[in-house]
Design a protein around this ligand. Structure first.
Ligand code: MG
Length: 145
């Protein structure tokens, strides 16, 4: 399977706040963003099961920077989709904020109710994680079956 993760308010705190991983000196030096506790283990578990792990964000962070950030956390992302890549590939007139099927993504993880609704409209699978759910990673693994 191909699993994609939203960044803002799902894995990186913003409006929503949650516990983050302690950053190393090197990570601080490179101004690596804070990452939600459980992310590294979850992504590694997904890849160990043979799944591909993508980041799918509507931000304009350069894909290389995102890839490098996760690399410094010990994760080799299989693909990064940012807003620009999304705009280039997704040509649906109604302009959904995200459309995972365009990238052959089987399951998308997000914090947004809007994305969940788009999933119902456009028939793609989502798991919506809450900031106050300490078992969020376990729930995602369960959704993988
Ligand atoms: Mg988000």
């Amino acid at each position: 399977m191909i699993i994609s993760f939203d960044l803002d308010d799902t894995l990186i705190p913003g409006i929503r706040q949650f516990e983050t991983v302690e950053r190393t000196f090197l990570q601080k030096l490179w101004r690596v963003e804070k990452l939600r506790v459980g992310t590294i283990e979850l992504m590694k578990a997904c890849q160990a099961r043979g799944h591909k792990v993508y980041v799918y964000t509507t931000s304009n962070r350069p894909p290389r920077r995102i890839w490098w950030m996760f690399y410094l956390y010990g994760i080799k992302l299989d693909k990064v989709i940012n807003q620009q890549v999304h705009n280039q590939v997704v040509r649906i007139p109604a302009k959904p904020s995200k459309y995972p099927p365009a990238f052959k993504i089987d399951l998308h993880i997000d914090d947004s109710k809007g994305v969940e609704m788009e999933g119902e409209t456009y028939n793609f699978r989502t798991v919506i994680v809450r900031e106050d759910n300490p078992d969020w990673a376990v729930d995602i693994l369960a959704a993988l079956g």
